[in-house]
Ligand binder design. Structure first.
Ligand code: ATP
Ligand code: ZN
Length: 579
């Protein structure tokens, strides 16, 4: 008894001491230094006024001037900043956010604190609302992110979808009057650095509401219930503000499909996900709260998240095509001194598969190069050199490197789909692109089947032909031995359609008017017959497609070349090429 009592007193005291020490350290670390613009910083570097730079992975970095004063500036987190500095005779200190000794002490303190807290919370777990709340989350509303739709170039389709929400947040009553069900949750999906965060920020700015930003991984905790508590906390804070935009980056951290998780039985994740779902159904459409989640992949998310009333609006944010890349480059070069020789469209053409973030980085590198040379303008030479730097950085990571051959294959493959779709007049094509999307590795052709209640046999056969046409175009142009894996999804769809036509729709004389699915349920049947039939039909169709393409080669070339040039082409352009 005596021992326990002692502990009870000891822990709060220890805790107090720890808190004081931590407070001391954080005060010490957060002592504010005055901040200057990055471009002024570079100027100082060039003038030789900067002696030391402390690079961390934080947003701001500190540097020391000749006179010993310490200032901070934006950390560009750029790959070659260190080299630039070294070349200018600056001492570069790389350190994690704080110095080693401080870090170690902090870790020791933090772990003792955590153990103490666990001890206390487990002790208090029965009595709700103990003095210590592990569950609160550090998130503050930002009232003005400073980002508007003006700051986002390209991606017009995604921008339009987001803009629709502005009015809804501003005047939810208007929609409530008609009992219109407006989205509570929107998922933005697409490759990294394509402006998903920017879109969410712009929405908050335009709707003039506070912006809450969290990361999915903030909610993944070792202790059961903590993640869920943090979710409730976040929504509570948002509701206190009235209207709000809540942005959850990397939603996959909490919302991944069960089957795809390493810890498939984790209660913690389920609780967190359930808390999110119930909070989302907890506010009314008229509250004017919109939750925007971002992910690089939509297909790995749990279906529970995507159901109506939850994240039921899905907006794709893609890598920019050549026109959009030009717009993004123009945006970032707008306020900089540019030499006359700078040809933005040329840079746009040579930055295939670059994300907006990478383009921004490219412009920044060029600015640094220009500044380093004390040049009056950014010239084409600076941009070319910056391009090699950024590409070299990407090659190191062994990603995003594009080859001309790949582009050409993709262009002909997609042109094949489009050509046959038009020639068979089976579906209309919204657009074709050779920019990879989250839907597939290569490009894609967005076809829309003609409206009809029933699919006729001819329609289905034509659809198969359109799917086969990608592969057929590859074969016609590059030869039998150079066909690629790019057709694997197409072949899957072809197989599904043809098998249903034989097994379920009774559309071929050789297989008759029987449902093989029903037969299969009741007895053993020989699948070989079905497969043989399917095979011979598809073979005939493929030959027809090859003929179709060979007879329209000029059109195929024209489509492919237009694609190589513009990367994305829309229906009207396709029609005018083919007419
Ligand atoms: N369309 C764009 N227009 C202007 N700038 C862009 C665009 N896309 C990306 N950027 C630049 O890239 C930076 C990163 O973009 P953002 O954080 O919005 O990407 P994201 O899609 O949220 O990426 P992630 O998936 O890595 O979180 C932006 O701060 C901006 O400088
Ligand atoms: Zn294809």
């Amino acid at each position: 008894m005596n021992r326990l009592k002692n502990k009870n007193i000891l822990i709060p005291i220890l805790l107090l001491v720890f808190v004081l020490i931590i407070a001391f350290f954080s005060f010490k670390n957060s002592r504010p230094h005055s901040e200057i613009m990055y471009k002024d910083f570079i100027e100082e570097v060039q003038k030789g006024n900067v002696t030391d730079v402390y690079i961390t992975n934080r947003e701001a970095m500190e540097f020391k001037l000749k006179d010993g004063s310490i200032l901070t500036t934006e950390n560009p987190r750029s790959l070659n900043l260190k080299e630039t500095l070294l070349l200018n005779g600056v001492k570069v200190h790389e350190r994690s956010a704080s110095s080693k000794a401080e870090t170690i002490i902090l870790i020791i303190i933090a772990s003792s604190l955590v153990s103490a807290l666990i001890y206390l919370t487990t002790k208090n777990s029965k009595s709700k609302g103990g003095a210590f709340k592990l569950s609160s989350i550090e998130v503050d509303a930002v009232t003005d992110t400073g980002i508007t739709f003006e700051n986002i170039a390209g991606n017009e389709e995604a921008k339009e979808s987001i803009k629709e929400l502005v009015d809804f947040i501003k005047t939810p009553e208007k929609y409530a009057k008609f009992k219109a069900r407006m989205p509570r949750g929107v998922i933005l999906y697409g490759p990294p650095g394509t402006g998903k965060t920017l879109m969410a920020k712009a929405l908050a700015t335009e709707a003039n509401v506070p912006f809450f930003a969290v990361n999915g991984s903030d909610f993944v905790q070792i202790y059961v219930g903590v993640g869920a508590g943090r979710i409730r906390d976040l929504f509570k804070k948002a509701k206190e503000k009235g209207k709000a935009v809540i942005f959850i980056d990397e939603i996959d951290a909490i919302g991944k499909k069960r089957s795809m998780r390493a810890d498939s039985g984790s209660d913690e994740r389920d609780q967190t996900l359930n808390a999110l779902l119930s909070e989302m159904s907890g506010f009314k459409s008229s509250d004017g709260i919109v939750v925007i989640a971002a992910t690089n992949r939509l297909d790995i998310l749990d279906e529970a998240l995507l159901r109506p009333g939850r994240f039921d609006r899905h907006i794709e944010v893609n890598l920019p095509d050549v026109k959009d890349r030009q717009r993004i480059l123009e945006l970032y070069l707008k306020d900089k001194p540019l030499a006359d020789d700078v040809d933005i469209s040329k840079i746009a053409k040579s930055t295939v598969y670059f994300s907006g973030a990478k383009l921004e980085n490219l412009v920044n590198e060029a600015s640094i190069l220009a500044a380093k040379e004390n040049s009056e303008y950014i010239t084409m030479k600076h941009l070319d050199k910056a391009l090699s730097i950024v590409i070299a950085g990407a090659e190191k990571k062994n990603k995003d490197v594009f080859s001309e051959t790949d582009r050409k294959i993709t262009a002909y493959h997609e042109a094949g789909h489009a050509l046959v779709a038009k020639l068979t007049n089976s579906s209309s094509i919204r657009k074709i692109t050779i920019i990879p999307s989250t839907k597939g590795a290569g490009g894609y052709t967005l076809t829309v089947p003609k409206d009809a209640n029933y699919q006729t046999k001819k329609m289905l056969l034509d659809t198969i032909k359109v799917y086969l046409a990608g592969r057929a175009a590859e074969e016609v142009i590059f030869g039998k031995d150079n066909i690629t894996t790019g057709a694997s999804n197409d072949i899957q769809r072809v197989t599904e359609i043809i098998i249903s036509m034989i097994k379920d729709y009774g559309m071929f004389e050789t297989s008759g008017l029987l449902s093989y699915s029903v037969i299969q349920e009741n007895s053993y049947i020989d699948m070989k017959h079905i497969v043989d039939t399917a095979n011979s039909i598809v073979k005939t169709l493929y030959e027809e497609v090859m003929d179709l393409i060979n007879n329209n080669l000029d059109k195929l070339h024209r489509l492919a070349n237009e694609l190589l040039e513009k990367e994305t082409i829309y229906e009207e352009e396709i029609d005018s090429i083919l007419s």
